[in-house]
Design a protein around this ligand. Structure first.
Ligand code: MV4
Length: 598
């Protein structure tokens, strides 16, 4: 076994890896950025080294510096966790060349799965079913038009070749949308993966996201640990995961089929360690989507139902040991659910809500597991992922696990921070969740969303505005489509009454209905930002005539491009934005007025 492992990550996953190493008797090395000096993962490890300033590019992503610390500390192997350098083939190769073990698959497997077209080609030749579409990139909009028309049929998904996890993913419902979808996917591919090439898939209108956990060693053993259903997502961020999928969605025969696909995919790519094969399930058909060549956030639900320590198996495999169990020894028992407790405001389009944690008390008791990266007095920084903790529960079946999760959510106390706890509580209490509905169906009954807004200080009185209700806009993405859900209710929901008291803390003034009063017809003139981020691109100028739904600008937030569209047709009278500037949720974007009478 390794004499020392360096963990090139932070937060809950770094702590998770320390725990696995400790059980295996391996000393650990943490790395940290300047703002993570006091972070829990630093205290958890046996020794720790400073990488550099807070931005990930100057710390957790800095390959040269990490290699230096590996040499300095004498670590024999590096665990990358998820995110950061976990799927960076050049990093894996640099370690290999320095004689250090990368705890993950060979660089060649990362590369093969990193190119989505190469992965599709490989899977096709291995007999793994892929979503119908191209296995090569498509060079022009004209070529895409011909392929979409003659070979695939609409709707069509346009995806970035270097993409994954929904980045660089656009849908064209008809030929009219194809050019915009092609260019949007290409632009995002260029921006995030320095690769503007795209490919096409048939767009499945209402699939479930079902993935399978695989484990492989260097001795040719490849097994699967059953599936996870991750169909509750928002803008490609998973929010709730469960294992197994609801029994009326995946029966034992389908489970065996999905498992076989996972094993075939991992075998074809020469996989070693813990990985996940993602797929789409629709109308009893399962298609390979992509493979994540790392341990995933949601691996814990599988650990709960199988009793297998996935992180330890990955470390053992990297050290050349055989898997500790065979496929026949894998037994699935009961049902596990994970809720991601993010510092985000569900009532404001899931905008990040970083800050310092006050009082903090985790739930416990039977069947409850909490994997967290911060604690009382800790800080959720805007620099990194806003996940505070993962709350995972196990019980004998899905209904009992749901009750247990609701109980655990009630026990969870996090003061000083807005989190998704109220969102999860509301969602898991719906009939739609009980029926295992997709989030598309969940959104049809929006009543439950109203109760998800966190309690917050009331707004300052502003002189005789009778109408204290505001429109709360939720943008929820389901199957690649964005739904704007407007809920009219009291400010911040939660029934907070307007008592005219001065707020205890300054609250940013948000646009009120009166601000948006418009001229005759056409609805309010002012369009304000639904989210916090950076103004990346402005596509219109003052005086332009715009159609309803036309893209006005693109805001980058949470590493995603968010297209802001005109809420009505008219003329851009004022544009309150500049490219490159930070923008807050509620900030004005544009004033769109009715065109002057001819
Ligand atoms: C799709 C799709 C429909 N058709 N591909 C890509 C990344 C991952 N986040 C989900 N992705 C999807 N790819 C084709 N050809 C729909 C999604 C999708 C999705 C699928 C199942 C459940 C929820 C979803 C939410 C957003 C997108």
């Amino acid at each position: 076994m390794f004499s020392k492992v360096l963990i090139a990550n932070r937060g809950e996953i770094a702590i998770r890896v320390v725990r696995a190493c400790r059980e295996l008797g391996i000393p650990t090395v943490a790395v940290y950025s300047e703002i993570d000096r006091d972070a829990l993962h630093v205290k958890a490890a046996d020794e720790a080294y400073l990488l550099g300033p807070a931005p990930a590019a100057e710390s957790y992503l800095k390959v040269e510096r990490i290699l230096e610390v590996v040499a300095q500390s004498g670590a024999e192997a590096v665990h990358p966790g998820y995110g950061f350098l976990a799927e960076n083939a050049a990093f894996a190769r640099a370690l290999e060349e320095a004689g250090i073990v990368f705890i993950g698959p060979p660089a060649s497997a990362i590369e093969a799965m990193g190119s989505k077209t190469a992965a599709r080609e490989l899977m096709k030749s291995a007999g793994v079913p892929i979503v119908p579409g191209t296995t090569q990139t498509v060079e022009s909009v004209d070529a895409a038009r011909a392929i979409a028309k003659d070979e695939i049929g609409y709707p069509v998904a346009v995806k970035a070749a270097g993409g994954g996890g929904g980045k660089g993913f656009r849908v064209a419902l008809t030929e009219d949308d194809l050019e915009g979808a092609f260019e949007g996917a290409s632009r995002e591919g260029e921006k995030f993966f320095s690769d503007p090439r795209v490919y096409l898939e048939r767009y499945l209108p209402d699939p479930r996201h079902v993935e399978v956990q695989v484990l492989a060693d260097r001795h040719g053993n490849v097994i699967h640990l059953g599936e996870r259903d991750c169909s509750i997502q928002r803008r490609h961020q998973k929010l709730i995961e469960e294992s197994p999928a609801p029994e009326w969605i995946v029966d034992p025969a389908m489970r065996a089929r999905i498992g076989e696909i996972g094993v075939d995919a991992a075998t074809a790519v020469g996989y070693v360690g813990a990985g996940t094969v993602e797929g789409l399930l629709q109308d009893g058909e399962y298609f390979f989507l992509e493979m994540n060549t790392r341990v995933q956030v949601e691996h814990c639900v599988t650990e709960m139902t199988t009793g297998v320590d996935i992180v330890k198996e990955g470390i053992r495999a990297a050290a050349g040991e055989p898997l500790s169990l065979s496929q026949e020894q894998v037994v699935l028992r009961g049902h596990a659910i994970e809720c991601r407790i993010n510092a985000e405001n569900a009532a404001k389009g899931f905008t990040p809500a970083p800050g310092r944690i006050g009082r903090y008390k985790e739930p416990s008791g039977p069947g409850v597991r909490v994997d967290s990266g911060v604690g009382e007095g800790g800080e959720v920084s805007p620099m990194y992922d806003p996940m505070v903790a993962k709350l995972i529960v196990w019980d004998v079946d899905r209904a009992s696990a749901t009750s247990r999760m609701l109980r655990a959510l009630d026990e969870f106390e996090i003061e000083g921070l807005t989190t998704l706890i109220p969102f999860h509580r509301a969602l898991l209490a719906t009939d739609e969740w009980a029926r295992g509905s997709t989030c598309r169906e969940l959104l049809e009954d929006k009543a439950w969303l109203k109760s998800t807004a966190p309690a917050a200080p009331p707004e300052p009185p502003d002189g005789g505005d009778e109408d204290t209700s505001v429109e709360q806009s939720y943008t929820v993405e389901v199957s690649g489509r964005r739904f704007d859900v407007n809920v009219i209710g009291p400010p911040f929901g939660g029934g907070a009454s307007m008592n005219g008291a001065a707020p205890s803390a300054p609250v940013p003034r948000r646009p009120k209905r009166g601000d948006r009063k418009s001229g005759a017809g056409g609805g309010p003139d002012l369009l304000s930002s639904p989210l916090q981020g950076n103004m990346w691109k402005i596509l219109v100028k003052q005086g332009d005539a715009v159609e309803e739904g036309q893209i006005l600008c693109i805001i980058e937030a949470m590493k995603m491009e968010n297209e802001i569209t005109a809420h009505k047709a008219g003329v851009v009278k004022e544009l309150a934005i500049v490219e490159g500037a930070a923008i807050a949720a509620g900030d004005p974007i544009a004033l769109i007025v009715a065109p002057p009478e001819a």
